[in-house]
Design a protein around this ligand. Structure first.
Ligand code: SAH
Ligand code: F3S
Length: 467
């Protein structure tokens, strides 16, 4: 699931004088990592600021998932040329997936960059910053099999005080052929459940009402004392082994008043035990993001997704059986290598069967050194990729509207999350199944759970009234 550009806001602390401007691109994991980075640098005397002009350190947490994401980052870097000219002492650093992908090359390509640091090396930031102060460029892109930043209490950035993310694992072992993530984020490893529970407990105490557990493939979460999941067989285990359904149950029990979400589920790993736990606990939200990418088994095989169309539809049936009324969303890629009209039609027909609540949709962007780039020809013309994308976007909109219309005159519990962008007299919040609802404020406050009757809708939003 991807989000676009977001500035981080000020977290004032009068005792610290150095200012950090940190901006994140890409997935929720990057936003969550920036909160870890802010925490590491707070100890070094840095406060965050939303104004890059007053910063002595500018960090950009980057995304490599598609070529366009990388172009956006490069444009942002060039915005800071004038800051560098005006302030000799300004340090500019690149974090995240582009740092890991391009390594030292980044310093040659973007002359104003002083430091390049990969997703597993953030503890090294204070040392690297010192190095740049001595006038040297600094790079650390070493990937780790153990690092989870489990002991670091993140500083919540851009927070509404209601929703937060907690990372439960890092890396990915899946090797989908189109995807750069296994190369930029390294081997899959899970975080100690004790540290996850303690972070969520802290969030609860600070008044947060919802937490989203983050991982590239949460169903694969597996704690056996730490280290890469692939090394599990080699390790002597002297602790309780914890899988994802166990973790969900622990989190749900410990925080009965908090809403719990998670992202992302992977069809090949999502088992019934997780669905059963969700159905058992009221506070585990009835929503699953289950990316399918394509409805054609031929394309799924080329994508190395590890499942067929039939397997996927079996998982959808299981969700509907165990969690009636569950919101389901997906990711799609159009125009992957060798995708023909028949394959594309199978994607449309799968969408007709599932009728997703919403989806994130993209056209294929070849990424250097991925399996697909090495093995297959990127042979679907751009105009065809884009036309197919538009067709799935149109169909998705129809389904979203249909799903929302079915909610009219029904009642839902909604968590109030902020002021509506369109009217300051209205709040917005979400239902358990992750649909956005807009409603008149009345006597509610941000952070309140309210009962809402749905009166109207668009394809993106429900319009309701407090009852
Ligand atoms: N498991 C991850 C997936 C990360 S990438 C998660 O937590 O969401 C998010 C989405 O970006 C993927 O599901 C896929 O639909 C899309 N994507 C990944 N690589 C892509 C590429 N090379 N071109 C186009 N879209 C891509
Ligand atoms: Fe990428 Fe597939 Fe992992 S999409 S993040 S390789 S599950």
């Amino acid at each position: 699931m991807l989000t676009e550009v977001k500035n981080h806001t000020i977290n004032e602390n009068k005792t610290n004088s150095k200012k950090l401007y940190i901006q994140s691109y890409g997935c929720q994991m990057n936003f969550s990592d920036s909160e870890v980075v802010a925490s590491i640098l707070k100890k070094e005397g840095y406060d965050t600021t939303s104004n890059p002009n007053e910063a002595s350190l500018i960090l950009i947490n980057t995304c490599s998932i598609r070529e366009k994401a990388e172009q956006t980052v490069r444009r942002r870097i060039s915005d800071f040329k004038k800051n560098k000219l005006e302030n000799d002492d300004l340090i500019i650093g690149i974090l995240g997936c582009m740092a890991e992908r391009l390594k030292e090359k980044f310093l040659e390509q973007e002359k104003i960059v002083d430091l390049v640091i990969g997703p597993d090396a953030y503890r090294d930031l204070p040392k690297l910053i010192k190095q740049t102060k001595d006038g040297r460029k600094a790079v650390n892109v070493i990937l780790s099999k153990e690092e989870t930043y489990g002991d670091i209490n993140p500083i919540r950035l851009n927070s509404n005080g209601v929703n937060a993310f907690a990372s439960i694992m890092r890396g990915c072992d899946n090797m989908c052929s189109f995807c750069v993530v296994p190369f930029t984020r390294g081997r899959e490893r899970s975080r100690d459940p004790k540290s996850i529970l303690s972070e969520i407990n802290n969030l609860n105490k600070s008044g947060f009402k919802e937490v989203t557990l983050l991982g590239q493939n949460v169903d694969s979460y597996f704690w056996f004392g730490g280290g890469a999941k692939k090394d599990f067989m080699k390790k002597k285990i002297d602790c309780e082994v914890v899988g994802f359904s166990d973790l969900l149950e622990k989190v749900a029990k410990q925080n009965p008043k908090m809403r719990i979400r998670f992202s992302t589920s992977n069809p090949q790993d999502m088992k019934d035990d997780v669905l059963k736990v969700i159905s058992k606990y009221e506070n585990l939200c009835n929503y699953i993001h289950l990316p399918v990418q394509s409805g054609s088994s031929k394309i799924l095989e080329l994508m190395n997704r590890g499942h067929t169309r039939e397997w996927y539809l079996n998982r959808i049936n299981a969700i509907n059986k165990f969690i009636p009324e569950c919101g389901i969303s997906s990711d799609f890629i159009t125009g992957f290598c060798n995708e023909n009209e028949q394959d594309h039609k199978e994607t449309l027909s799968l969408m007709e069967v599932v009728k997703y609540n919403f989806s994130y949709m993209f056209y294929y962007s070849e990424r250097p050194n991925t399996l697909a780039q090495r093995k297959y020809d990127d042979n679907v013309p751009l105009n065809v990729k884009k036309r197919r994308l538009q067709e799935i976007i149109d169909l998705q909109q129809k389904h979203s509207l249909w799903r929302n219309q079915k909610k009219i005159e029904k009642k839902y519990q909604v968590l109030t999350e902020g002021i509506s962008k369109k009217s300051d007299k209205k709040f917005y919040g979400r239902t358990s199944d992750n649909t956005v609802v807009v409603f008149n404020k009345k006597l509610t406050s941000i952070g309140d759970f309210v009962d809402i009757k749905i009166k109207d809708c668009t394809s993106a939003t429900l319009i309701g009234e407090i009852i």
